[in-house]
Design a protein around this ligand. Sequence first.
Ligand code: SAM
Length: 280
Amino acid sequence: MSGTLYLVATPIGNLGDFSPRAVETLQSVDFIAAEDTRVTVKLLNHFGIKKPLISYFEHNRVQSGEKIVERLKNGENVALVSDAGMPAISDPGEDLVRLCARENIQVLTIPGPCAAVSALAVSGQSTQRFTFEGFICTAGKNRAAHLESLKNEKRTMIIYEAPHKLMATLTDLKETLGGDRELSLCREITKIHEEVIRTTINGALELYSSIPPKGEYVLVVKGREEAEEPEMTLEQALSRVDFYRNEGKSLKQAAKLASEDTGYSKNELYNAALEKDRQT
Ligand code: SAM
């Protein structure tokens, strides 16, 4: 019988966020697959966990993934961890989960910290509907297409960004969404210098024009507001007056009823209708 792949979330800054169940799971599995074994060793040492480690990261995921699946098929249990947060979320793991699903290998999650969800929750932006954009593509054509796809997005957008690329991304977002668009810069979540800067794209650009961005960031960007209903023109409001007059109402009554329908004042409609009568 095949073993189980456990996706174990690790802290995104504060070791106190590592759950007892995560510790138990790492203690119980046969081995741990880690994005960067040097990072994971520190975590294991802190919690007194001794387990064999193998590496599973972006550039060895095909070969390493096959080996992991082979061992799972032989009945071993494995925990997958990334450097921080939830494995498979902008981190290696997605392919391994897919491989396991294909092979009918059980995959369980040991949930915990995730920068995207934590940032959304504290952002102050709408949490009703949102999209996770991960990192905006860096390659020219893909980047342009990714940004373009955000143009009409009405849902709150969650974007990961490295500090040295933040200004370039803010500049491109300004071009796409306009500088007045609200966003929350969620920085160093769960760490000493944790802060949420609620501003606009222009405000963020101005802020970082004098001090360079530092630390880890999640950008939570407000979605496009629903276009307001176009206001009714006077011409359209007058056609409501005509409608009521054709029903046999007096001009005064028609202006009053049309005023209720359109928001125009009854005097304005009355005078405009009189003027129109004079001209025809
Ligand atoms: N799998 C991780 C998760 O569940 O959050 C995300 C990994 S992704 C490679 C790393 C990105 O997550 C960073 O570039 C940053 O955008 C965001 N991030 C991670 N830790 C963070 C923190 N403490 N504060 C703010 N953003 C963080």
